[in-house]
Design a protein around this ligand. Structure first.
Ligand code: GA4
Length: 341
């Protein structure tokens, strides 16, 4: 049993540039899907409780499907800006550059945000990939299908690990034909810091690609190329620390969204995260956001409410939550608006 992986906060020390004190970075949980099922279930639940985030390896999504998707993204982002702008401005779907949402948030990135519905993808493909729209939509549909399957498998394991009676309580929301799930491709262009010097003096390695936020949906499944940038916020006794996530193109990174936090009555935490854009090479990421249908009511599952864990969140529909999220800034803690009085 001693050989079993543990989620204990492993300590990786680094120097705090301000005080020269050592600061502690918790290590990010890694879960291998080829481990024994009961172990995977247990570790996943703990990762969602402690971090709301984990890295998944041996996930079973074929490399070719991932590579094709990455190439479609790279090809699109390499088009002249006037061509790309024909797929925008984001409403919120479509091509966007630097602007995020509707309330003045900005970041050092360009992106494509699409609904996962195959009809919506094929319609949008015409303005995104004039050269071969049907190839574009074929590649995206295949990727979405594979990542959605994985997300549903993860949600079923989480449900089982939590001892939820209704086995498909979470995954049903993503499987629904009216699910409001999204797929996002991000490109963080390289940063050539002319003011910086070899010793790093005068360099500003704080360029925000996508600012601090939590994901509103149920679950997010992210894959990036081999370029750093993603950071998660982890609470420790020393206060909150930003933990850099070491990139791994062969893995997926999974995070709990606000809606799963509400469904689990706060047992799982919707992790706050951000992406930096300080790299010398382009960072590409693609994220599947698994969401419920618009008119679905979200309430904490009955099993999650106990005398020691009384109900924390009011019920809301996904449509209502979306309306509120688009009326607020990116970093707003929108779930707190639904806390019980
Ligand atoms: C964060 C997670 C997803 O990328 C996203 C983002 C959305 C957008 O880019 O349009 C939002 C942001 C995200 C949350 C608050 C609102 C909406 C930008 C913004 C300021 C697609 C999503 O669903 O919520």
């Amino acid at each position: 049993l001693k050989l079993l992986p543990s989620l204990n906060k492993m300590v990786v020390s680094s120097l705090n540039p301000v005080s020269n004190d050592k600061i502690l970075h918790p290590s990010i949980p890694v879960i291998d899907m080829s481990w024994r099922r009961d172990l995977v279930l247990n570790l996943m639940v703990r990762a969602c409780e402690e971090f709301g985030f984990f890295k998944l390896i041996n996930h079973g999504v074929p490399k070719g499907i991932i590579a094709n998707m990455e190439n479609e993204g790279k090809e699109f982002f390499s088009l002249p800006i006037d061509e790309k702008k024909k797929a925008g401005p984001p409403n919120p779907l479509g091509y966007g550059i630097r602007n995020i949402g509707r309330n003045g948030d900005t970041g050092e990135l360009e992106y494509l945000l699409l609904h996962t519905n195959p009809n919506s993808i094929s319609q949008r493909a015409r303005s995104i990939c004039k050269k071969d729209p049907s190839k574009f939509s074929g590649v995206l549909d295949e990727y979405v299908d594979a990542v959605k399957r994985l997300a549903c498998e993860i949600l079923d394991m989480l449900g089982e690990g939590l001892g939820v009676k209704d086995k498909w309580a979470f995954s049903r929301l993503l499987r629904d034909k009216d699910s409001d799930s999204l797929i996002r491709m991000n490109h963080y262009p390289p940063y050539h810091n002319t003011a910086g010097s070899k010793d790093g003096k005068g360099s500003n390695n704080c360029r925000i690609g996508f600012g601090e936020h939590s994901d509103p949906q149920i679950i997010s499944v992210l894959r990036s190329n081999d370029v750093e940038g993603l950071q998660i916020l982890s609470s420790s006794t020393n206060g909150d620390v930003w933990v850099p996530v070491v990139p791994d193109p062969s893995a997926f990174f999974v995070n709990v969204g606000d809606t799963l936090e509400a469904l689990t009555n706060g047992r799982f935490i919707s992790v706050r995260h951000r992406a930096m854009a300080n790299s010398y090479t382009s960072r590409y990421s693609m994220i599947y956001f698994g969401a419920p249908p618009l008119h679905e009511w979200i309430s904490p599952l009955p099993e999650m409410i106990t005398p020691s864990t009384p109900r924390r969140y009011k019920s809301f529909t996904w449509a209502e939550y979306k309306k509120i999220m688009y009326s607020l800034r990116l970093s707003h803690n929108r779930l707190s608006l639904f806390q019980m009085d």
